[in-house]
Structures are given as structure tokens and as C-alpha cells.
Write a protein that binds this ligand. Structure first.
Ligand code: FES
Length: 128
């Protein structure tokens, strides 16, 4: 049951308007906690100042556990490793704003094959 409070929370998070969702692993295994927190604060400020419909979420582990901090950009499914505030600024400008991933820093691609996808996972959510 979706209550008014849940709807308010979803609205506040920007779920219905989001064009991209940034997931950050801020350590502690793939990078130091201080390094991760510094990047997280930078990302939050950058998103806030842009006023773009971009969601951001921090996580404690993506199970890679080396080469972080990690940033995954969805729906593109682009994984960036060793992200610093300076690198994030370039990723922001070229990938988030202009739609061109920074190829030299891409570590993996994982476009998710969910409902409505044209990939091999299409139809897997169909309850029939
Ligand atoms: S702690 Fe970052 S991937 Fe595990």
C-alpha cells in the first residue's frame, strides 16, 4: 500500500523525473572511507547545483572491493573505477551532460536486461 508519506518520499527522491541514477561505492575496502566520503560530498553538491533530474545513492560495497571509489551510471550501465572529485567533474560534463561516457576510465559495461529490454533478458519479468 502506497501511503501519502511514501509518495512524498518518492517525490523528494526524484524517482518519477530521474533521467540517470548515480551509484557510488564509498569503501571501505575499495578505497579509504575518507576518500569515499570526499567524493560523495562532491557528487551531492554537483548534482544539487546542476538542478538536473539525476538521482544519487551511496553504497558500502559493490563486491569489487578494489580499485575504487566506484561509480555506476544507470540506465547506461557504465562502471567507472578510481573516481576522484576531479575525474567526476569530467564524467559529469562528458557523460551525464553530453551523453558520451569517458571511455578511458570505463572499467565495465552492464546495461541491465530487464522488462521491456530488447536483450536476451526481455520478458523475464512477465508473470505468465
Ligand atoms: S567496498 Fe567498494 S566495492 Fe566493496
Amino acid at each position: 500500500m502506497i501511503t501519502g508519506r511514501i509518495l512524498q518520499g518518492l517525490e523528494k527522491a526524484g524517482v518519477s523525473k530521474a533521467r540517470r541514477h548515480l551509484f557510488l561505492c564509498i569503501g571501505p575496502e575499495c578505497c579509504s572511507g575518507a576518500e569515499g566520503e570526499k567524493l560523495w560530498e562532491h557528487v551531492k553538491e554537483r548534482v544539487r547545483l546542476s538542478r538536473m533530474d539525476v538521482m544519487r545513492t551511496k553504497a558500502a560495497c559493490f563486491r569489487v572491493c578494489t580499485g575504487g571509489p566506484w561509480l555506476v551510471v544507470y540506465p547506461d550501465g557504465v562502471w567507472y573505477g578510481a573516481v576522484t572529485p576531479e575525474r567526476f567533474d569530467r564524467i559529469w560534463n562528458e557523460h551525464i551532460c553530453d551523453g558520451k561516457p569517458v571511455g578511458e576510465w570505463v572499467q565495465a559495461l552492464s546495461p541491465l536486461l530487464g522488462c521491456g529490454s530488447s536483450g536476451s533478458g526481455a520478458g523475464q519479468c512477465d508473470p505468465e
